[in-house]
Design a protein around this ligand. Sequence first.
Ligand code: DMJ
Length: 613
Amino acid sequence: MPRRTAANQPLSRRHKRNLSYAFVVAFVFAILYIFNAPGDPLGVPFNLHEAYMNDRANVDGFVAKDTYDWRTAPFQHTIADYIQLPTGTPKTMPKVQFDFPPETSSQRAKREARRVAVREEFQRSWENYRALAWGQDELAPITGKGAESFGGWGATLVDALDTLWIMGLKDEFYEAVEAVAAIDFGISESTSISVFETTIRYLGGLLSAYDLSHEKVLLEKAIQLGEMLYRAFDTKPNNFPLDRLMLDNAKNKGGFNADSSICFAALGSLTMEFTRLAQVTQKSKYYDVVAKVTNFLDMHQNKTNIPGLFPIFINAYKEEIVGTSFTVGAMADSSYEYFPKMHALLGGLEPTYEKLWKDSSAMIDKHMLFRPMLPDTEPGKDLLFCGDVSISGDEIKLDSEMQHLTCFIGGMFGLAGRLMPNPHHVELGAKLTEGCIYAYHAMPSGIMPEIFDLAPCASRTDCAWNASFWEAEVLRRSYGHSHADFEATVAKESLPPGFTALRDKRYLLRPEAIESVMIMYRITGHEEYLDHAWDMFVSVVRATQTDYANGQVFDVTADPPAMPENKMESFWFGETLKYFYLTFSPPDMISLDEWVFNTEAHPFRRPVAGVKG
Ligand code: DMJ
């Protein structure tokens, strides 16, 4: 018979009771821990974040420094009557964002870990910009030197301001505001500036940081810069904006001729920034000059060579729109993007933007969107891309070439489909976003190239894989003749099935794909977008990280990635990292129902329904 030991003796009732108490206490602690697990200390609701960031208790007053007051610059082609900002009370707009249910603790832990990783990537580059290129336009990410590219006023400093605010980097934000107050828009590194780039990066950045922080000096700087850019509208015969502004001429005499050839993006996408400037200053003169362009576009929209669409180049001087090449990519993109966004920014009070959107989106859908032909094992029916079109006689021809720049289009259709309710547009937005996600996955580095071509399907509903068609398309793009040529091209170019050419294999740190992922996630709440975003982030960091920051990639087909280029544009801070961060933030952080982004990812406050501005 076994001996009775302490271990095998039956437990006394007192022991059992004590054990149950211990179990209950441990269980309660475990539950408390799970629901209050230490996460990101900055992960607080938006109103608390805003109160924390805008508490200026320890912040000095800032004084704007400018050696020249652009309000005094000449303006020869004076305007007698301004088109006024729309009056009336902003309309109630349909809800954009999905009603997100509360997240579980494990969802939150995963999301916050990803958000912190994005913030840390930003901070690493920011610290080096601060130490090595403070106040310059860019930090060269390999040599660690400063570089000037956009007027020399600190493009990165201004482009990143609102990202600092959104990421809760309070000390860094106010340090940057102090440096921005000291920018001298009276002098420049450059003799001429791009009106479009200066507007979307600098003016957009200043207005957005002002909208978020209410920091007065940011509005003063926005007005100084706005007055400089306003000189681009000092043109004969119609006050249409110039593509480039010669700064000395603008200061000394003014009075220009409108451009005889200006791209659609440069002509049509100053609307949001000048409208927001008009709203916050209550000065319709800023709205007037962009509204004139909008009225012109409206009058001509249905008389172009493909009615509804605008060609890449326009004669602003003669007010002629006769071009035959059309794209939603480079040189046109943001003008289409701004139609639905202006509808939101004006609280639905100006019907022209809805009309411009409806007529252009119908033709983009009809002529430019295409399903890629992919092996039957691939999810081709769920994907769309957007190519370019040209017209010759009556024949409209699709060039099934996609640009990274065009990846914003998924978010554009999704957002517009919510603002001006249209489930078909939301579905297009999802498929276009899936197209870009697919192109990221298809490349050995996990990153989509700058420009590539695909074999297009004849139908979006029915499209069986046809290897001979793919081969013919590869040969057409590469000027090859034989099956051997085809095989050599596929091997040399690392072409996945369905891809017919990689016209530009670089990745320039661009934001458009993650922009659409973020918007579609906020609209639909579909969790798989979070994983796609994370895959993109991991691949992008892996291929771009340098000792100092992140550099452009030469070849997205190289794996492991080669050394990046010594170049980092300001939109890496202003857009790309911001959209990654917002994807992994709680959805009330810059809600799409309260804010609308300009094309450089600067959020502007939307009017509140029923409340006059
Ligand atoms: C940004 O400067 C803006 O998004 C612009 O509209 C075009 N694209 C670049 C970044 O890729």
